[in-house]
Design a protein around this ligand. Structure first.
Ligand SMILES: Nc1ncnc2c1ncn2[C@@H]1O[C@H](COP(=O)(O)OP(=O)(O)OP(=O)(O)O)[C@@H](O)[C@H]1O
Length: 254
């Protein structure tokens, strides 16, 4: 079910297209002419060996400067440039220690000089199960609780596209299962692209699995297991796909 706080379910395109993605550092070409489409709404997970260029691609999609030789285009299904807001969630929660949790949730608005919306920030904190922590400081929370604050801050952005770079990598297995379920529900109406090193996490969450490999790298699409995310990591279908995915990830690229 789409979360009620989103303004974007009506306006988001039903596919986000990345076209002609190219990245080189000097003479080293990381990737060239990569095309890919992300379902909207939908959750895509990007996997691949360390150093193949996953984070760089994500950063380019966020409009960040990666290299002087980097380019791509982002368009919707109707070939119109994608100009909607993008949110970022990385492995570091980047919570400001001198601001209370509720103010950290609204940080993007504060930094852009926009109107504060304390009620919405509070409602998002309640959705991630942290209403009780609104007036605490981040350093008084556990790693899993801080990750949930970072999730609430990402949701506060009301961005159509959410880019996540290993956001749950530092969490223990049980905390991860909990935050997967919350993120899956709360981001159900967004376009999510998440880099992860954990094939089980990808199988649990994704509508589309993407494997980046080769040099220059290309991206292959793999169908996820049956059933709607978040899938049970112990289900036979996920276990079967896990084996296949590990094989694909360790295969030498042609
Ligand atoms: N500014 C830079 N100058 C030169 N090389 C760079 C620069 N930034 C990144 N690289 C190289 O580009 C490659 C891709 O980096 P990137 O962080 O995108 O990989 P990744 O697939 O996300 O890796 P990991 O899974 O280890 O996080 C790496 O080999 C890295 O050393």
């Amino acid at each position: 079910m789409p979360s009620s706080d989103s303004l974007y379910s009506a306006t988001a395109p039903n596919e986000l297209r990345v076209k002609k993605a190219h990245l080189a550092f000097g003479t080293r070409v990381l990737f060239d002419d990569i095309d890919l489409s992300l379902p909207s709404p939908g959750w895509s997970c990007l996997l691949g060996r360390s150093g193949c260029g996953k984070s760089s691609l994500l950063r380019m999609m966020a409009g960040l400067e990666v290299s002087s030789d980097a380019r791509l285009s982002l368009t919707d299904t109707n070939e119109r440039p994608f100009t909607q807001r993008t949110a970022w969630m990385g492995q570091q929660d980047l919570l400001l220690p001198w601001r209370r949790v509720i103010d950290n949730v609204q940080l993007g608005a504060v930094m852009r000089g926009e109107r504060h919306d304390r009620d919405r920030a509070m409602s998002l904190l309640e959705k991630v199960g942290l209403g009780w922590a609104a007036n605490r400081y981040p350093q008084t929370l556990s790693g899993g609780e801080r990750a949930r604050v970072a999730l609430a801050r990402t949701l506060f952005e009301q961005a159509a596209l959410v880019l996540m770079d290993e956001p749950f990598a530092a969490l223990d297995a049980m905390t991860r299962l909990d935050i997967h379920a919350r993120a899956c529900e709360l981001l159900a109406d967004r376009i999510v692209l998440m880099v992860t090193h954990d094939p089980l996490e990808a199988l649990r969450l994704s509508d589309q699995l993407l494997i980046m490999r080769g040099s220059p790298a290309r991206i292959e699409r793999v169908l996820p297991p049956q059933g709607a995310p978040p899938r049970d990591p112990a289900s036979p279908s996920v276990s079967h796909h896990h084996g296949e995915l590990l094989k694909a990830l360790t295969e030498k690229s042609s």
